[in-house]
Ligand binder design. Structure first.
Ligand SMILES: N[C@@H](CCC(=O)N[C@@H](CS)C(=O)NCC(=O)O)C(=O)O
Length: 205
């Protein structure tokens, strides 16, 4: 059953954490409305917002009486509450494997990803190019695992799933970070192009 009232999504358009929730809301065709939170004006640290999320971060959703934060938790909630368009495999073992991939993509890649991101935020002449190059290499090495997992599958867990939704916001940024495309990662390249064809992903591009 769809929600009685549209789900409220407290959102900052260029936030990858918000974008992965948008992809799931769109895939599940759930009614939702965005409440823009301007991070540049620090609206996320205002007392009213901190009542919704004590961490002072977006995304937050309000679904009826339920207030939630943390993008991955929100997506798991949407999957449990609105299972009509399932975004995890039916089989418990496959579901667990999908979550391992999701954890890998989010947490194991995080170190080098954040290193590059922080450097890229600096003026070009202040960037530590050696550090960036090292992090790029490390990231490409770590991506090899996802390249092999993808193999000739269309999506990371077989069918389109929460894993793809969680990872795509970061992966579209890897192009701007000089990590992708890479000739050693052709399956990831094709996966990104396939993802970009999905209307849900087009919403965040
Ligand atoms: N682990 C959180 C991270 C949320 C997060 O870091 N959001 C960023 C936007 S991408 C934010 O609100 N930053 C503002 C701040 O930290 O003040 C999630 O997955 O939702």
């Amino acid at each position: 059953m769809p929600p009685e009232r549209p789900i409220k999504l407290y959102d900052f358009a260029s936030s990858p954490n918000c974008q992965r929730v948008v992809v799931v809301l769109e895939e599940k065709k759930l009614p939702y409305e965005k409440v823009p939170i301007d991070l540049k004006k620090m609206e996320q640290k205002k007392p009213d917002f901190l009542k919704l999320n004590p961490y002072g971060k977006v995304p937050v959703i309000i679904d009826g009486a339920t207030v939630l934060y943390e993008s991955l938790v929100i997506n798991e909630y949407l999957e449990e509450k609105y299972p009509e368009t399932p975004l995890l495999p039916k089989d418990a073992g496959k579901r667990a494997k999908a979550r391992i991939l999701l954890d890998y993509g989010m947490n194991h890649l995080d170190g080098p990803y954040q290193k590059i991101r922080k450097e890229m935020m600096k003026d070009e002449k202040e960037r530590d190019q050696q550090l960036i190059e090292g992090a790029r290499k490390e990231l490409k090495h770590l991506l090899g695992r996802l390249e092999r997992e993808l193999g000739d599958q269309a999506y990371l867990a077989g069918d389109f799933s929460l894993v793809d939704a969680a990872l795509i916001p970061r992966f579209v940024r890897l192009a701007g970070m000089g990590v992708l495309p890479d000739p050693s990662l052709p399956n990831i390249g094709k996966w990104i192009e396939r993802m970009k064809q999905r209307p849900s992903v087009q919403k965040i591009l």
